[in-house]
Ligand binder design. Structure first.
Ligand code: SAM
Length: 287
């Protein structure tokens, strides 16, 4: 019998600790331990990894990560009501679960972990994108983590893996795919959660590439992409007018027709354009 079998079912845990879901905290819980174990498996072989989990709630995914063999899990939960349930799990897996009661946007949990590190979470929907952007934009690359296995609303998951020419394609796709392989590995209907959210969800698995797919200065790339997609319906010669006086020439040099729109431009072309813009700026600062 594995340790997980000695813990009470999650419905009992929730009833015992009065964990009625709070909407403001994005609380849509996963209570099916077969499902949480399946999500944990999407994170790969965890036996030699420290795992960071954001928002463990009553601990469904935490139990999945531990039963699937994670070396150690660090779980950051804002809602103090969840602590007794999480402490019960920590007791069942001695030395393998550490809990921080805090706001994931304010603590720096990665510094508490020993590489190799993987991140796995059923994220609170209101801070999911912000956390992802933070993990994708560390000071240096490669990042301290090897992979991210994250539950998002389906619409956000689609934006992460989107390809040029689709409505979902934009800053998030470019940011994620520039330095990671990203794919949707599971789709979940609302009724997989308690209480069910209004929309479907999906798990995205991202693995960090050793270096970005194409060279570019992260700040320049981010600025160009943000400016281009801020007016995504406009032609690039108009939406990027503020970026350079010679934007039409730079676009052509990057192999982009100035009449094209941001959502038609692939990652490689955006990186080429960012390099040309950076070179123009360097030249301007010299003269
Ligand atoms: N992992 C659990 C599961 O799958 O059943 C709960 C997932 S629920 C979608 C999101 C969790 O994130 C909740 O437990 C909520 O209290 C927690 N949470 C919300 N905002 C947070 C924050 N800023 N920092 C840490 N945890 C947060």
């Amino acid at each position: 019998m594995s340790a997980i079998d000695n813990l009470p079912p999650l419905r009992e845990v929730i009833a015992e600790h009065g964990l009625s879901a709070k909407k403001a905290l994005g609380q849509n819980f996963l209570l099916d331990l077969n499902l949480t174990a399946k999500i944990a498996r999407q994170a790969g072989d965890l036996a030699h990894c420290d795992v960071l989990e954001i928002g463990p709630g009553p601990g469904g995914l935490t139990r999945g990560l531990l039963s699937e063999g994670a070396r150690r899990v660090l779980a950051v939960e804002k809602d103090a009501r969840c602590l007794p349930a999480l402490n019960q799990i920590a007791a069942a897996y001695p030395g393998r679960l550490e809990i921080i009661n805090g706001d994931a946007l304010e603590v720096d949990p990665l510094s508490h972990l020993t590489p190799p590190i993987r991140i796995a979470a059923n994220l609170p929907y209101n801070i999911g994108t912000e956390l992802l952007v933070r993990w994708l934009t560390p000071q240096t690359w490669p990042p301290v983590w090897e992979s991210l296995t994250l539950m998002f609303q389906r619409e956000v998951a689609d934006r992460i893996v989107a390809q040029p020419g689709s409505k979902a394609y934009g800053r998030l796709a470019i940011l994620a795919q520039w330095r990671c392989n990203a794919r949707i590995v599971m789709s979940l209907p609302p009724n997989a959660f308690t209480p069910p959210p209004k929309v479907a969800s999906a798990v995205v698995h991202l693995t960090a590439l050793p270096e970005p797919r194409f060279p570019a200065d992260p700040k320049v790339l981010s600025y160009v992409v943000a400016t281009a997609f801020n007016q995504r319906r406009k032609m690039l010669r108009a939406s990027l007018k503020s970026v350079s006086e010679n934007i039409e020439d730079l676009l052509r040099e990057a192999g982009i027709a100035p009449t094209e729109r941001a959502e038609q431009i692939g990652l490689e072309q955006f990186c080429t354009l960012a390099r040309l813009i950076a070179a123009e700026r360097r030249q301007a600062s010299k003269s």
